[in-house]
Design a protein around this ligand. Structure first.
Ligand SMILES: NC(=O)c1ccc[n+]([C@@H]2O[C@H](COP(=O)([O-])OP(=O)(O)OC[C@H]3O[C@@H](n4cnc5c(N)ncnc54)[C@H](OP(=O)(O)O)[C@@H]3O)[C@@H](O)[C@H]2O)c1
Length: 266
């Protein structure tokens, strides 16, 4: 297991110019981006479309798909993008979705799980059952169901990737549920690596705040969702990127992550 944490102490004002990005050619890959309609997911989808891969985005509702098509209207209607509507939040639902995607489109090589969002607002002793069920049980079950359904189907060159936040490793006061959920998912990533062995690669990104269209305030040091997408494409393209957690809390660390994955000039 590798924790890829780059030094950021000397590079506090680092920027990343995506015009200089080296997009890998993933024209022979088919990726499922779960949570692709979400804030971080949007950047992952946009990046993977540039790699030439066939991109499939599942969503629980048609309305969310329609909304997301509008969000992507600046890039027209890419021929390498498909949407699948349906739930994948239980073992049975995820299994059924996996089978229907594979039957309809053919084998999938990579899966990016950018599922779930943020919750914060009260100390642990005030958390109620509904919040616990929704943000811990619901989210971890969804991630587990997807990993369980896809892992046996991925090829050796393929990757299963999780998009996680720093709360996986640093406790965030008043966000106990999400901190525990993200920590659980990080361990799922590591156990899955140990169990999948050489069958397929498994990796995670552990991120600080991400710049997305939903943000009202942006710190220039924050990583952007398209940078997260570029790192995920780099992981998919790099046969050596396995059993690793790429930590990018800010642009300086992300720049080193991207260079290490050969998708940004050194
Ligand atoms: N936003 C950030 O600044 C940030 C920073 C660090 C890490 N992250 C991590 O990035 C991942 C995605 O976060 P995000 O901010 O992009 O979240 P988001 O905008 O809320 O998107 C979450 C996506 O998950 C899908 N989803 C599937 N099942 C869900 C369920 N039961 N409840 C809620 N959503 C469900 C949704 O798709 P449909 O609605 O289309 O089904 C939605 O597109 C999370 O793991 C988060 O910890 C985010």
């Amino acid at each position: 297991m590798r924790l890829v944490v780059n030094d950021r102490s000397n590079h506090m004002n680092e920027t990343i110019d995506l015009k200089r990005a080296i997009y890998p050619d993933l024209g022979d890959r088919r990726v499922v981006i779960a949570g692709g309609t979400g804030d971080v997911g949007e950047g992952i989808v946009r990046t993977w479309l540039k790699t030439g891969a066939h991109v499939i985005v599942p969503s629980r509702t048609d309305s969310r798909v329609e909304q997301f098509r509008q969000v992507l209207s600046d890039i027209g209607q890419p021929i390498n993008l498909d949407f699948v509507t349906g739930r994948y939040n239980s073992f049975d639902e995820a299994q059924a979705m996996t089978e229907s995607i594979t039957t309809k489109y053919g084998p999938v090589t990579d899966v990016i799980a950018s599922i779930g969002g943020w919750w914060q607002g009260k100390p642990l002793w005030e958390v109620d059952t509904d919040e616990w069920q929704r943000y811990f049980v619901g989210m971890t079950t969804t991630h587990f169901a997807m990993a369980r359904a896809w892992s046996p189907r991925l090829p050796q060159t393929g990757s299963y990737q999780l998009i996680l936040g720093g709360s996986a490793v640093e406790p965030v006061p008043n966000a106990s549920i999400i901190s525990m959920q993200q920590a659980a998912l990080l361990m799922m990533r590591r156990v899955l690596s140990a169990e999948a062995g050489d069958r397929h690669r498994v990796a995670a990104q552990i991120l600080g705040p991400v710049v997305t269209r939903a943000r009202k305030r942006i710190d220039p040091a924050w990583v952007s969702n398209e940078e997260v997408g570029l790192a995920s494409a780099g992981i998919a393209a790099d046969a050596g990127a396995k059993d690793a957690d790429y930590v990018s809390y800010d642009k300086a660390q992300m720049q080193e992550t991207l260079k290490g994955l050969h998708v940004y000039p050194k």
